[in-house]
Design a protein around this ligand. Structure first.
Ligand SMILES: Nc1ncnc2c1ncn2[C@@H]1O[C@H](COP(=O)(O)OP(=O)(O)O)[C@@H](O)[C@H]1O
Ligand SMILES: [Mg+2]
Length: 152
């Protein structure tokens, strides 16, 4: 799917945010600057996070939480060294908390990936052009048709 501007990315994300259910997990991957955080900003709007709340990359915090219709938990595993640190972080606790979890760098810990999740892969095609490919796992598969309908 083509995303031709940051606002197009956010609009698409906001539509997904409106559909999400407790415990849904969104995995975001792709290079730096591909639009993962931009997407999470739109997701937050769709979930009802207050417009005044600034959504940034959780790189230094690892986990950031935002209250909304369903709480949004943003997790960045870039700085997590191993499975022990992942446990200490309370990773499983967040997954089971009923919040919506948006996770970056989950591909570093394939064994920790929950069976129900939507995997979003972003790629940079030009200054404003990004592409997004979506794979659904487990019960999150059905989200794709609700979200994208007949869109290619
Ligand atoms: N189509 C697009 N979708 C998302 N971001 C875009 C797009 N075009 C340009 N950008 C810019 O690319 C950058 C994406 O940054 P960010 O979302 O922080 O990326 P990441 O979290 O993947 O490192 C932002 O500066 C944004 O304005
Ligand atoms: Mg980011």
């Amino acid at each position: 799917m083509n995303l031709h501007s940051p606002s197009a990315t956010q609009r698409l994300a906001a539509r997904l945010g409106k559909l999400l259910q407790p415990g849904d997990v969104i995995e975001l991957s792709g290079p730096l600057g591909a639009g993962k955080t931009c997407f999470v900003q739109g997701l937050a709007r769709g979930l009802g996070v207050a417009r005044t709340t600034r959504i940034t990359s959780p790189t230094f915090n690892i986990v950031l939480e935002y209250p909304a219709r369903l709480p949004l938990v943003q997790i960045d595993l870039y700085r997590i060294a191993d499975a022990t640190e992942l446990i200490e972080l309370g990773f499983d606790h967040y997954l089971e908390s009923g919040a919506v979890c948006a996770i970056e760098w989950l591909e570093r810990f394939p064994e920790a990936a929950p069976p129900h999740r939507l995997s979003l892969q972003f790629a940079i095609e030009g200054p404003k052009r990004r592409t997004l490919s979506v794979v659904g796992h487990g019960r999150c598969k059905k989200l794709i048709t609700q979200w994208l309908g007949g869109q290619p």
